[in-house]
Design a binder for this molecule. Structure first.
Ligand SMILES: Cc1cc2nc3c(=O)[nH]c(=O)nc-3n(C[C@H](O)[C@H](O)[C@H](O)COP(=O)(O)O)c2cc1C
Length: 186
């Protein structure tokens, strides 16, 4: 019977990371999966900063907002960036850098799921802190920070986050997000 891709079903934005380090070849495999994403005219606008050693990790951790305390335990923080001029910019104002970078991040997260890892994207960070810490130029968009690591002890989480680790998926029903054959204003 046709089924949804298992990694799409099992991927969750989980937060209980363990200390086990991620080997370089595993990280490279995740990044290889990421860059297999499609992009407009194959422009490949995604850029990744892998914070893997202690110094880089400490700098990246310093940008996390309080609600993302749990991501401090992740052994890798992946800073995902792009620049508008790295991708298609059409004359009618359509811009594709963010879209295509998101596709690459999804590939990476699915590969991470397949490898038994947690991969949790975050908006809750201060981009200016990252910009200063790593001398990231103005014009480069810091899109997300993805916490990467193996599962660990849920005891490090607050109660709300502990409950959400295996909570049911919450999604709008298709009827709210899909229209068939004719458009009506949402
Ligand atoms: C762009 C983006 C930003 C997010 N930022 C945060 C964040 O700062 N902190 C957090 O705990 N989760 C964050 N999430 C995770 C979402 O809350 C989560 O994906 C959503 O609730 C759906 O749950 P699921 O991924 O387990 O299906 C973010 C997800 C995305 C895609």
């Amino acid at each position: 019977m046709a089924e949804i891709v298992p990694e799409i079903l099992s991927r969750r934005a989980r937060r209980a990371y363990g200390p086990r380090t991620l080997e370089r070849d595993l990280l490279e495999r995740l990044l290889e999966a990421a860059v297999l994403a499609p992009s407009c005219n194959n422009k490949q606008p995604w850029r990744f900063l892998v914070c893997h050693d202690d110094d880089a990790l400490e700098l990246a951790r310093g940008a996390l907002l309080g609600g993302n305390y749990w991501a401090r335990e992740a052994p890798v923080l992946l800073v995902v960036t792009t620049r508008d001029d790295l991708d298609c910019q059409l004359s009618d104002n359509r811009e594709y850098a963010l879209f295509d970078t998101g596709l690459a991040v999804m590939n990476l997260m699915l590969q991470a799921t397949r490898e038994g890892l947690y991969a949790h994207p975050m908006a809750g960070f201060d981009p200016q802190i990252l910009r200063n810490a790593f001398a990231i130029e103005e014009g480069t968009r810091i899109v997300t920070v993805v916490a990467l690591g193996y599962p660990g002890d849920e005891g490090t989480l607050n109660e709300k986050h502990r409950k959400s680790e295996d909570s049911p998926r919450e999604r709008k029903p298709l009827v709210e997000v899909v229209q068939w054959n004719r458009w009506e204003p949402l």
